[in-house]
Design a protein around this ligand. Structure first.
Ligand code: NAD
Ligand code: UDX
Length: 484
């Protein structure tokens, strides 16, 4: 029986390994992690992450050929193929702070592999890493080899949260990069044989290690660039009376462009886009490619601008002050169908409103109060580092101005304004007349995800703002907020 072990039981390691176990009943898959509570959760009825369809896949194989364990070294020593899916956050200090990927967790995993291995292994980079990481990993493993042979492969993951199970079942492509030596080719074939159980062969692409590593950064940068492009257009739409949804539809109909990933929003979030572009920027700078670095920086800059622009709209529309006013925040996750809040646009928008002394009442169907308070009191980039390295504001300060409630009606009761920051389906179905009746007048609604029916809400009496849509005359006539 082939034995697979995955180091890192997170958003990628857990679902990806569960899918391999489901599709390959003859392979034993063990997912290991140093975070014991996370492993306990994977072994319980309450999985540590919310992902549609994940429970069913895990329950179908857990205890048969899928196992979760905190006994990291034992399972690493036993494995034939080792996936490494640990976090690769943005560095918060030292050289490249705020841009470069922090490979501390990767390196410590590699050193542990070198220490405990007694048999030859294929080591697969599943984490998103800077191009040329495999070279460093090879050096670490081969200097400490004890006669054991390691082959390094790059097999970046393209799943998106909220659709991870579908993405894993029917991937657009699986990328495998490896050395072009006979041993490298043999390792590529071994990993290809695993995916070939359910992925059509023409979707399994093999290439050299550096192309595979860079393709992942390139894919995320180009996806984020599409969002920043349409978000930049949304600002121009608001200034001119064009409607960004109509513009996106027209542009996306061109088969060379395609219609997906052109939804204007309050800004992209998630653990990947910003981190990976900053990492790309840093790699470009290190290679002396200043113009290229500046080009990609602009994608992040527009995203920050979009979040700041949203806050300005809220404050300027509400008579240039939100001080002491209750504002309902509907949605805190970085997108629908996930409880993940990493780099969620809601965090920056809430900080902006709190900076203007608003009182926030927050509701999200999947995010717990403790997580929201933690996110709002933590420094930027700290979320992906171990607890002892995270720096917090005093959470009691945050809770003076923030309450977290269990439904949208409670959040909006007595509010002056509502901000929709995640596109949860349930926000399309709300009884907005009931919400309007319970609010202070004039009642404002700011839709950062274009989920509301603007005309219907205006008929109810709301003053509405929707990203990139023709402005409500009330919003338009107000003086612009001073630049921050
Ligand atoms: P995560 O933080 O959810 O999971 C990483 C896990 O690795 C954590 O549970 C951590 O405890 C564990 N870990 C760290 N060091 C370890 C060690 N030495 N030994 C054992 N366990 C260790 O992260 P994630 O979202 O799963 O992302 C993992 C990687 O995949 C990152 O490089 C990310 O960029 C990439 N990625 C993420 C997504 C996504 O949607 N989240 C998609 C594609 C790629
Ligand atoms: C992304 C990539 O899509 C995935 O391939 C990679 O493996 C990990 O990073 P993820 O961050 O999970 O996945 O979700 P994604 O669907 O890409 O959304 C990212 C952010 O962009 C979300 O905040 C989403 O709301 C936003 N978004 C997406 C838009 O604002 N407009 C769009 O048209 C699409």
């Amino acid at each position: 029986m082939v034995k697979i072990c995955c180091i890192g039981a997170g958003y990628v390691g857990g679902p990806t390994m569960a899918m391999i176990a489901l599709k390959c009943p003859d392979i034993q898959v063990v997912v290991v992690d140093i975070a014991v509570p996370r492993i306990n959760a994977w072994n319980s009825d309450n999985l540590p992450i919310f992902e549609p369809g994940l429970d069913e896949v895990v329950k179908a194989c857990r205890g048969k050929n899928l196992f979760f364990s905190a006994d990291v070294e034992r399972h690493v020593a036993d494995a034939d193929i080792l996936f490494v899916s640990v976090n690769t956050p943005t560095k918060t200090q030292g050289l490249g702070a705020g841009k470069a990927a922090d490979l501390t967790y990767w390196e410590s995993a590699a050193r542990m592999i070198a220490d405990v291995s007694k048999t030859d292994k294929i080591v697969v980079e599943k984490s998103t890493v800077p191009v040329k990481t495999a070279e460093a990993i090879e050096k670490i493993l081969n200097v400490n080899h004890n006669g054991i042979k390691f082959q390094i492969l790059s097999n970046p993951e393209f799943l998106a949260e909220g659709t991870a199970i579908e993405d894993l079942k029917c991937p657009d492509r699986v990328l495998i990069g490896g050395r072009e030596t006979p041993e490298g080719k043999k390792a590529i074939q071994a990993l290809k044989d695993v995916y070939a159980r359910w992925v059509p062969e023409d979707r399994i692409i093999t290439m050299n290690l550096w192309s595979a590593e860079l393709s992942k950064l390139a894919a995320n940068a180009i996806l984020a660039q599409r969002i920043s492009s349409i978000n930049a257009m949304s600002a121009l739409c608001e200034a001119t009376g064009a409607d960004v949804t109509q513009v996106a539809h027209a542009v996306g109909k061109d088969s060379r462009v395609g219609s997906r990933f052109l939804n204007a929003s309050v800004g992209y979030g998630g653990s990947c886009f910003q981190k990976d572009i900053l990492n790309l920027v840093y790699i470009c700078e290190c290679n002396g490619l200043t113009e290229v670095a500046n080009y990609w920086k602009q994608v992040v800059h527009i995203n920050d601008y979009q979040k700041a622009r949203f806050v300005k709209r809220v404050v300027s529309s509400m008579f240039n002050t939100v001080s002491g006013k209750k504002i309902a925040i509907l949605g805190f996750a970085f997108k629908k169908d996930t409880g993940d809040t990493r780099e969620a646009a809601a965090i920056d928008v809430c900080h902006g409103l709190l900076g203007d002394n608003a009182k926030l009442s927050i509701y999200d169907p999947q995010v717990a109060e403790s997580q929201i308070l933690k996110d709002l009191s933590m420094n930027k980039f700290d979320w992906d580092h171990p607890l002892h390295l995270q720096q917090y504001m005093d959470p009691s300060e945050i809770s003076k101005s923030v309450s977290v409630v269990s439904d949208a009606y409670e959040a909006t009761k007595g509010a002056h304004g509502v901000c929709i920051l995640t596109e949860w389906d349930e926000f399309k179905e709300l009884d907005y007349k009931r919400i309007y009746d319970g609010m202070h007048k004039p009642a404002f609604i700011f839709d950062g995800r274009n989920v509301i029916d603007v005309d219907a809400l205006r008929k109810i009496g709301f003053i509405t703002y929707s990203i990139g849509k023709p402005l409500d005359p009330w919003v338009k006539d107000l003086p612009a907020a001073p630049p921050s």
